[in-house]
Design a protein around this ligand. Structure first.
Ligand code: ADP
Length: 497
């Protein structure tokens, strides 16, 4: 039988999924398995790598069994993963030397400040990696493991330990220890990779005291990462696509060309704009990162990336802390009961404000309340706060890239909210496109794998497969939109003040 499917291993922060995708790019089915979040101390976050592995390979095995699939049916596997999360293991036993340090973990904040705090080092890191030095990225996490796990440094220096982000660890295990590799999108989030030269950077490895022998080979996002060779999984399925989750979603949204952009409305929001062969340096403290490319592109492609810390999370707060709604989805009907917020603004600066304000001291505010303010106004203000923050980010990114985002592709849980999407289009004065399949992350991994395996032949073919989108065109009178934006800017200034 001919090969009918591609499987995406969608390895997220709270769960692992195996997603079955057919030749028409439809999501046929998926199996999802959650795993434990480990919080050893305030601000620390860990995962057990074995548990990640079993949740991911378990969901893969279950998906295959459920549909009676063998290696003969699967053209390729693609992997998209939570980025930056760091694993160090011993290849002779396959055993990790400690739990994975998760991207959210703040344990190395002091170390980063000590090693990278001076302006010269910050500038050097920014120039080489496109990142702003932070504990978020993998570099300091690897250093921490080598310094705190007994005997680890000596073993690493003797070439006895390997480093990987989650993609790398999965590939290594799935290929029976044959392939130790990652892709440029994941490498670009380690703060050890020179995004211009396309190599691990000796100066950065020295700064963090990490032996080069631990580092994985960096292979193109779409191409060969070996074949499955693991008990319980059909042997010989090629792994042909790898990308970090946000870059996978950019690719899954068919943003293949400069100026094309997507925003994911999840717990936080992630805005990425493809910038082609240009590694655009931000003036607004956005980061420059590597975009996933299909085969035969022939040069590195880049993206600008920015995030909103509190996106959909503001609706969780409205639900759990204020008790105004029972489900996030309920917010849409409630907000629609009123025409506007009646001048109420919620600025959800729970942990400070990100781009373009960058104020870590700011704390949230609710302003403009009158005797007539009711539940619907507040819920609407919370929803609108997501759109205002994204609007600020879009403008910062457009200023950096010196080009407009003409159409914003959207996905993520909160993009299901039509009122929010219409308001976003109105405030931005841009058209939004929401694909029928908002699982763009898994789709991106599948696309990369399918292109790598020849299951699909070109990005043009993928673009043609894109299901019909929901389109949100701006409808609001410009004067009204400007008035609302002015009110938001005032509310933000009150928050900072
Ligand atoms: P993540 O991948 O970050 O866990 P999801 O993409 O699953 O997030 O999106 C979940 C987030 O979106 C939650 O913060 C939730 O409050 C919000 N959300 C989900 N559905 C809606 C909705 N219909 N309207 C507004 N917010 C929503």
């Amino acid at each position: 039988m001919s090969k009918q499917y591609v499987i995406a291993l969608d390895q997220g922060t709270t769960s692992s999924r195996a997603v079955l995708i057919d030749h028409e790019a439809r999501m046929v089915d998926f199996v999802q398995r959650p795993f434990t979040q480990i919080y050893p101390k305030p601000g620390w976050v860990e995962h057990n790598p074995q548990e990640i592995l079993f949740s991911q390979l378990g969901s893969l095995a279950e998906l295959l069994a459920k549909h009676n699939l063998t290696e003969a049916n699967i053209a390729a596997i693609g992997i998209d993963n939570q980025r930056e999360t760091t694993i160090v293991w011993d290849p002779s036993t396959g055993q990790p030397i400690a739990n994975a340090i998760v991207w959210q973990c703040r344990r190395t904040a002091d170390l980063v400040e000590r090693l990278c705090g001076d302006p010269k080092t910050t500038a050097m890191i920014r120039k080489k990696t496109g990142l702003l030095p932070d504990a978020y990225f993998s570099a300091s996490k690897v250093a921490w493991l080598l310094d705190h796990v007994e005997g680890a440094r000596a073993r690493a220096e003797a070439g006895e330990l390997l480093f990987g982000t989650v993609d790398t660890y999965l590939i290594w295990v799935l290929t029976g220890g044959l392939v130790h590799a990652t892709d440029p999108t994941n490498a670009s989030r380690t703060m050890l990779y020179n995004i211009h030269e396309g190599c691990w950077d000796d100066e950065l490895l020295q700064l963090f005291n990490i032996p080069a022998s631990m580092m994985p080979e960096v292979r193109p996002s779409s191409g060969s990462f070996g074949e499955t060779s693991y008990p319980g999984i059909p042997a010989g399925i090629p792994i042909c696509g790898v990308a970090g989750d946000q870059q996978a979603s950019l690719f899954g949204q068919c943003c293949f060309a400069p100026g094309q952009a997507k925003n994911t409305y999840g717990t936080g929001c992630f805005l990425l704009m493809h910038t082609g062969a240009d590694a655009v340096a931000s003036q607004n403290q956005l980061v420059t990162t590597i975009a996933a490319s299909g085969p035969n592109v022939g040069h590195t492609e880049y993206a600008l990336e920015g995030s909103v810390f509190v996106g959909g999370a503001v609706m969780q707060w409205v639900r759990d802390e204020l008790g105004l709604i029972r489900t996030a989805a309920e917010s849409e009907a409630l907000a629609a009961e009123v025409e506007d917020t009646g001048g109420v603004y919620i600025v959800p600066a729970f942990t400070g404000l990100g781009a373009p304000w960058w104020n870590s001291e700011a704390r949230g505010t609710i302003s403009g309340i009158t005797r007539g303010t009711n539940r619907s106004h507040l819920v609407r203000a919370a929803l609108e706060s997501i759109a205002y923050q994204v609007s600020d980010l879009v403008h910062a990114m457009e200023a950096d890239a010196h080009r407009p985002i003409e159409v914003l592709n959207v996905d993520g849980g909160a993009s299901a909210n039509n009122l929010l999407m219409q308001f976003q289009a109105d405030i931005l004065d841009r058209t939004l496109r929401r694909p029928q399949n908002i699982e763009t992350t898994a789709l991106g991994a599948a696309f990369l794998a399918g292109l790598g395996a020849g299951f699909w032949t070109s990005t043009d073919e993928l673009r043609a497969l894109r299901s019909s989108d929901d389109v949100f065109a701006p409808k609001m009178d410009r004067e009204r939109a400007d008035e609302l934006l002015y009110g938001w800017a005032k509310a933000v200034h009150r928050t900072i003040g």
